[in-house]
Design a protein around this ligand. Structure first.
Ligand code: NAG
Ligand code: NAG
Ligand code: NAG
Length: 431
């Protein structure tokens, strides 16, 4: 009896509540509709991109599955992992408001990564910020090293379309693919050769895909960084970072607007990767380097607008692609600001660079031969210094045709699609 009464009471209560529920629902729907219209209007009437675009970004790009290759289980599980919150938040609950986010992008050299992580653990100020490690797919050894990091908030992301995750379909190798110098019409195989007649190699295209996916994901996708208004520093698994890197970078970024209005970025290291700096009493403005570069969202928007240039240039290296197509398309010289002593070093395997003696930073069995001197342990940039500008530096520039390796229409489309996934209305890249 009691239970019958109870349920009858429930039914009556529900009937009474129904109109309230319906009205509330309608109200919420109306509100959502108004908000949406409003943000669309905002977008049309306001030209300042940052804030407005952020409203329209969405990390969960399930709406854009049609624009991306069919995923397998591993790929889907990695994408889910990318949405996990950062680790070490209980130990470092407060990020500094003026933080420079650090993004470390890695492939599969655990011995190197170990050295880089050790160098990062000694960087003064690193606990003020978050470290994002972007993996080119999934390698257990790499993952383990990052899970051991204790010195700051850390988040791992895994490129879910990395070729090695796909064992018999694009972006991996698919059985129908043309190989090497195959003639597609004779062999009835799939693929477009590059300008030198070679078909795609998944190993070779992996890095450029990863870099572009990572850039799009960090700036426009991740909850942790998509509304970050400051600079983001990018480093790689073979860059040794000096203890003064973070503090020096903060100084460079603060000095940049006044000292070098033409500088798009700040760098930890000279663009000539063999140089460790001039040791002068001055700042240096020079062409963008690929070791420890940091820039802000304004610059990212400019880069993102050049997605076609980036994705359709027949060159498999992301950095050469940037130098030969993207930067020249800005219409101004693209300088970066740095100090006269390097705060990062690109190292390689000992004995690979023949004829250069042992001056080059290198690593053997996990032991690295880099000397960290006292002056590399504290900020060593002075705000009263002038800026020396290197004009007409040698290096890749507009007119270079590319080394090839990026001729397959599918790679070009995938790359272009990566630049759309976080922008609602995925068909139209808006910047
Ligand atoms: C990219 O998106 C286009 C348009 O939706 C689609 O036709 C194409 O298959 C996608 N390409 C790749 C490689 O994902
Ligand atoms: C994205 O959202 C959809 C629907 O809201 C959900 O079914 C899906 O699991 C989400 N995807 C990921 C990778 O979290
Ligand atoms: C970002 O950097 C560029 C180049 O240094 C600068 O012109 C721009 O004002 C900066 N944007 C913001 C929002 O600070």
């Amino acid at each position: 009896m009691a239970s019958l009464k109870k349920s009858r009471f429930k039914v009556v209560a529900f009937r009474r509540l129904l109109p309230v529920v319906v009205i509330t629902l309608l109200g919420v729907l109306l509100l959502i509709f108004l908000l949406r219209t409003n943000s669309t209007l905002n977008f049309v009437t306001r030209s300042s991109d940052e804030v407005v675009e952020d409203n329209k970004l969405s990390y969960n790009y399930s709406e854009f599955r049609d624009h991306l290759p069919h995923q397998n289980e591993l790929s889907i599980s990695l994408e889910k992992r990318n949405q996990l919150p950062p680790r070490n938040r209980d130990q470092y609950p407060n990020l500094a408001s003026d933080r420079i986010v650090i993004v470390l992008y890695v492939h599969n050299r655990p011995q190197y990564l170990q050295v880089v992580v050790q160098s990062l653990s000694r960087v003064v100020g690193i606990s003020e910020t978050i470290l994002i490690v972007s993996h080119d797919g999934y390698f257990e050894g790499m993952n383990k090293i990052v899970e051991g990091i204790k010195f700051c908030q850390v988040k791992q992301i895994f490129a879910p379309y990395s070729p090695h995750l796909f064992s018999n379909s694009f972006p991996g190798v698919s059985p129908r693919d043309c190989k090497e110098k195959d003639d597609a019409t004779n062999k009835h195989c799939e693929g477009n050769p590059d300008q030198y007649g070679n078909h795609r190699s998944p190993k070779i295209v992996s890095l450029k895909h990863h870099w572009w996916w990572m850039m799009n994901t960090v700036w426009d996708g991740l909850q942790e960084t998509r509304s970050h208004s400051g600079h983001i520093l990018f480093i790689e698994e073979d860059h040794f970072i000096f203890p003064n890197a973070y503090r020096n970078l903060q100084l460079l970024i603060a000095l940049k607007p006044k000292k070098c209005p033409d500088c798009y970025a700040a760098n930890l290291a000279p663009s000539d990767v063999k140089s460790q700096g001039e040791g002068w009493e001055s700042l240096i403005a020079e062409r963008m380097g690929n070791v420890g570069y940091a820039f802000n969202r304004t610059v990212w928007r400019k880069i993102h607008r050049k997605a076609r240039e980036f994705c359709f240039f027949d060159e498999y290296n992301w950095d050469i692609t940037m130098w030969a197509t993207v930067y020249p398309s800005f219409g101004h010289p693209v300088y970066t600001l740095r100090g006269p002593r390097t705060s990062a070093i690109h190292f390689g395997k000992c004995g690979l660079h023949q004829g250069q003696g042992d001056k080059n930073a290198c690593i053997d069995n996990g032991v690295v031969n880099i000397q960290v001197e006292e002056s590399d342990k504290v900020a060593n940039i002075k705000s009263e210094w002038e800026v020396q500008v290197y004009k007409h530096q040698a290096g890749y520039q507009a007119g270079f045709k590319g080394w090839g390796g990026w001729g397959d229409e599918r790679d070009r489309q995938l790359c272009l699609n990566f630049s759309k996934i976080y922008h609602l209305g995925g068909n139209r890249p808006r910047s």
